[in-house]
Ligand binder design. Structure first.
Ligand SMILES: Cc1cc2nc3c(=O)[nH]c(=O)nc-3n(C[C@H](O)[C@H](O)[C@H](O)COP(=O)(O)O)c2cc1C
Length: 420
């Protein structure tokens, strides 16, 4: 990605006028927020890199806001569009959110999934802007030497934050990777008051608290033909590729899964991490025994990361092999950090969509952590791109007590700038 300095030759003022003259600024899009129109305009013209460069995007947005009044006076935009933009003229940095709302939003965002429940994020509130940072100290070098899972986890937290804030009546305006000098600064977020909170937004935020990573074998999801397009379309706005592995390709995936895990049996760093993060003594992080599969459950699941056996009932009452559907999320062209971050946001989106549809789900990255097996996954998906994460979806077969929530670190450890 070009750092912002390389955009210097671009005339931001001209580009802002081109946008204001375009159909994307017209009254026909009056129901859309300014940022959404600008995003669509840039993507439509192949300028994805500006959308993905928080600083460049912020610079362009400023020019657009500064020109709205003149555009109105010159008749470039009509009254309807001006009315829709009016709040941006008076409130350039967004509205001020109450500390308590931000605190609650971050707390809900921290329910996001993360590799081994490592929660590799930090949040800082500074003058009304909420910043998300990657916490490198929580990187797991054995499983995730490239830091891909770390970015995916932070992306999931970012999307959870947006969902939480929407349910509290706030639209989140996200600038991703806003500082090229500080790669761990993943997002700067400002907020704008929404006119309404819909039931759908509330239900989505509630789904955050219902979602669990369920490592048991599943039944084929009921109504799969209806659910599949619903899940796939939930990731469209995140600009990632999604596909469901065909049943005929499943044996290839299962073989790769077994192979990768067998190879790792002798990887001391990987095994030491796994041991720590599944130890019952890890407080506020890691995977508790109640969330680990019983031996029989693991034996019936062909595509899975190997974990030590957990504390669940090992009586496998007549359940057959896992018949889940496996969804693959891929980035367009590889390893650009911003794309992986976005993929994490899409992961959150599709997991919450699945929860809303009553599906059990399990995120899987043991295969995408290895270059060799990323190629295998690429060969069994039709979407192309660079595979980043797999998700098993299905109907939970074991009807026992609901799985307890996994713990999270205390909010005071991950959030600065507001009272916790
Ligand atoms: C990037 C990423 C990779 C993950 N990889 C796996 C995996 O390979 N196998 C697995 O069982 N769970 C995996 N998980 C799920 C986490 O272990 C889980 O989110 C975490 O323990 C917290 O539990 P919860 O999702 O139930 O809240 C992954 C999650 C993320 C975000």
């Amino acid at each position: 990605m070009k750092p912002v300095a390389q955009w210097d030759s671009l005339n931001w003022d001209d580009l802002s006028w081109e946008f204001l003259r375009s159909e994307f600024a017209g009254g026909g899009y009056a129901y859309c927020a300014l940022e959404r129109r600008l995003d669509s305009y840039l993507r439509h013209h192949g300028l994805h890199q500006i959308v993905n460069d928080g600083t460049a995007y912020g610079r362009l947005l400023k020019c657009v806001i500064a020109n709205i009044g003149v555009a109105r006076r010159r008749g470039v935009i009509g009254e309807r569009a001006t009315a829709a933009f009016a709040d941006r003229q008076t409130s350039r940095t967004g509205d001020t959110v109450d500390d308590r709302v931000l605190r609650d939003g971050v707390e809900l965002a921290c329910r996001a999934p993360s590799l081994h429940n490592s929660q590799p994020w930090r949040w800082v509130v500074d003058r009304g802007t909420l910043h998300l940072f990657a916490d490198r100290a929580r990187l797991l070098p054995g499983a995730d030497s490239a830091g891909r899972d770390l970015l995916l986890s932070c992306g999931a937290a970012l999307d959870h934050l947006r969902v939480a804030m929407a349910a509290s009546g706030w639209e989140t305006i996200v600038g991703r990777l806003p500082d090229p000098q500080e790669p761990d600064h993943l997002a700067a977020m400002t907020f704008r008051r929404s006119e309404t909170v819909t039931d759908a937004q509330r239900r989505r935020a509630d789904a955050i608290l219902r979602r669990r990573t369920d490592r048991s074998p599943y039944e084929v999801p009921a109504n799969w033909p209806e659910l599949e397009p619903r899940l796939l379309s939930s990731v469209v706005s995140h600009d990632v590729l999604a596909d469901v592995v065909q049943d005929s390709e499943r044996p290839t995936l299962a073989l790769a899964s077994r192979l990768t895990e067998t190879l790792r049996e002798y990887d001391e760093v990987y095994q030491a991490e796994l041991e720590w993060y599944t130890s019952p003594y890890a407080v506020g992080e890691g995977i508790p025994p109640t969330a680990l599969p019983a031996g029989s459950e693991a034996r019936h699941t062909d595509v899975t990361r190997f974990f030590p056996s957990g504390a669940r009932d090992d009586q496998h009452h007549g359940i057959g092999d896992d018949r889940s559907k496996i969804l693959v999320l891929s980035t367009h062209d590889g390893t650009d950090r911003i794309d992986v971050l976005r993929c994490g946001e899409a992961l959150s989106g599709v997991l919450l969509e699945g929860t809303l549809a009553g599906l059990a789900s399990c995120t899987l990255t043991h295969l995408t952590e290895s270059t060799l097996h990323r190629d295998v996954i690429r060969s069994v998906t039709r979407a192309g791109g660079s595979p980043q994460v797999l998700i098993r979806f299905g109907s939970a077969a074991t009807v026992t007590e609901p799985q307890p929530m996994t713990p999270r670190r205390p909010l005071a450890d991950v959030l600065r700038g507001v009272p916790t």
